[in-house]
Write a protein that binds this ligand. Structure first.
Ligand code: UFG
Length: 324
């Protein structure tokens, strides 16, 4: 039978894809979003509650009205560079907001809570791939805010004894819905694949930040994972919920790294033309390499396997969305 699921931040990139998949599988996704960075036209798969996670009254109203057992928390400011410039916005929105949301969830009998966390909690890891036991050493306020929220969740679940949680540490979310009518849209856009595809469309060179890293071709290596695969992991939690009081953590990545140059080549293959590139200095705060380890944990415990995360499918889906 379908469940009512509160999708907090469901107007954003990953949240909107998740709302759509929930609806496609017979569930009712209720989107709670303040539309600060999300898009109203991406909320089209279920009811909408306009509100801010820092507003305890709005949070309680939504929880009372819909009584979800599962809450998926995607709402966050998520730009690393911006977080260096405006750290308090990040602690306010991501930490304070999540604490208010958690408080409401515990009080209203939510049983299952899922956090969008990030590889940024690891900082610049010493070993690659990054195991779940790697030290948490974020190097920017964005990563620090997510690390704090993970801890708050763990403590809240233990104390409540009733709510269980799952923290998904995403590596590089990428791609778009295969139908081409939902995708990545940030203002301003700072992510690699949208910027490469933009350069393919308008012919203005994209900036490649640093080709002098200690990596095979000198450019940064990342573990790109398709947004639809990330969303599948969230749906898997419905079938494999944590125990009451328990907090589980997973790295969501493929375990395979791709360099910036490899991504540009894949985009050229997809778009069928040379993409103009300007080599720029390194972007502050970029670790040379981030590749997920312990990916078999999600496979073993949630039955999760990435199916669309090969670079050809990621870039193909992103390109279909961009051309729209
Ligand atoms: N890059 C460019 N040009 C661009 C954009 C990016 O060369 O126009 C490079 C970056 O320098 C980096 C790589 O492409 O080497 C990937 O950059 P993204 O901005 O696409 O992604 P990040 O790895 O910086 O960020 C991602 C998530 C963050 C998360 C972070 C963890 O988007 O939310 O991983 O470090 F915090």
């Amino acid at each position: 039978m379908g469940e009512t699921v509160l999708v907090v931040g469901g107007a954003g990139y990953i949240g909107s894809h998740c709302a759509r998949m929930l609806a496609e599988r017979g569930h009712t996704p209720v989107v709670f979003d303040n539309l600060s960075t999300g898009w109203k036209d991406a909320v089209r798969f279920g009811p909408f509650e306009h509100g801010d996670i820092r507003d305890a009254t709005a949070v309680a109203r939504a929880l009372r009205a819909h009584q979800p057992k599962l809450v998926l928390h995607f709402a966050a400011r998520s730009l690393v560079g911006e977080s260096m410039q405006r750290p308090l916005d990040y602690y306010d929105n991501n930490v304070t907001g999540s604490v208010v949301l958690l408080e409401g969830c515990v009080r209203h009998g939510v049983e299952n809570f899922v956090l969008s966390s990030t590889a940024a909690v690891y900082g610049v890891p010493e070993r690659m791939p990054i195991g779940l036991d790697a030290p948490l050493a974020p190097i920017n306020p964005y990563g620090a805010s997510k690390m704090m929220v993970e801890r708050a969740i763990e403590d809240a679940c233990r104390a409540s004894g009733a709510m269980g949680a799952t923290c998904f540490r995403y590596f590089n979310a990428a791609g778009a819905h295969p139908e081409g009518d939902l995708g990545e849209r940030h203002e301003p856009e700072t992510h690699l694949i949208p910027n490469v595809l933009k350069a393919a469309v308008n012919g203005t060179p994209m900036s490649l930040f640093g080709d002098d890293y200690d990596t095979p071709d000198g450019t940064c290596v990342r573990d790109y994972v398709h947004v639809q695969d990330l969303v599948e992991a969230h749906l898997a939690v419905l079938a494999h919920p944590p125990r009451a009081g328990e907090t589980r953590r997973y790295n969501l990545g493929t375990g395979e790294g791709l360099s910036v140059k490899q991504v540009i080549l894949a985009c050229e293959a997809e778009t069928g033309g040379k993409i103009p590139v300007d080599i720029k200095p390194r972007r502050p705060g970029d670790p040379p390499s981030l590749v997920a380890g312990d990916t078999e944990k999600a496979r073993a415990e949630l039955g999760w396997t990435p199916r669309r995360s090969d670079v050809g499918t990621i870039v193909g889906d992103a390109w279909r969305w961009h051309r729209r």
